[in-house]
Design a binder for this molecule. Sequence first.
Ligand SMILES: C[S@@+](CC[C@H](N)C(=O)[O-])C[C@H]1O[C@@H](n2cnc3c(N)ncnc32)[C@H](O)[C@@H]1O
Length: 194
Amino acid sequence: MQPILFDDEYWSQRYQAHTDAWDMGMPSPPLTQYINQLTDKNLRMLIPGCGNAYEAIYLLQQGFANVTLIDISAYLVQQLQQNPLLQQARILHQNFFDHTEKYDLILEQTFFCALHPSQRKAYAQHMHQLLAPNGKLVGLLFNDHFEQSPPFGGSANDYGELFSTDFYIKQMAACYNSVAARKGRELFFILTRK
Ligand SMILES: C[S@@+](CC[C@H](N)C(=O)[O-])C[C@H]1O[C@@H](n2cnc3c(N)ncnc32)[C@H](O)[C@@H]1O
């Protein structure tokens, strides 16, 4: 098991204090656009470090039937479990690194950047384990660096090097449809399991 550098208490305190500047209050447009072209509503989907889970609400509204959410913050998970819009989702209070199931699609959105860089290799390896043979890891990564962290940033080169052991990098490109505050600072990526 990985050491938890930012734990339940850290994240719960941030949600309770509303120091959650990452929260966009809406699903991420690059992800909704990606979701819109999916046809198989039975895909087994996972959103780790789901936060307020706007993408999950969007998925459920589009008729996706098999959505699992994981977050380490007990405070947040309790809120999610009371949200009527998320009743069809499976919501787990868990450390991502302790989760062991198989998924067809895992969505990434400001979870990777919330982890300490020392956990990145473990993130890549664990994502690989969680994906079914034809599974995909899809989402957004910051193409930026930050003075205060988390978030921990990086570049396409950093991520390419990190993921190429376990994944085929189908796409890792500047994101053209980011929200205004993240314009020019995000990469959209699609990785398939090796
Ligand atoms: C920066 S927030 C992003 C939340 C959400 N993805 C969003 O974009 O609004 C990072 C989230 O990851 C969760 N988290 C951090 N470490 C985790 C871990 N090891 N396992 C599961 N969740 C974790 C935090 O509680 C927090 O909700």
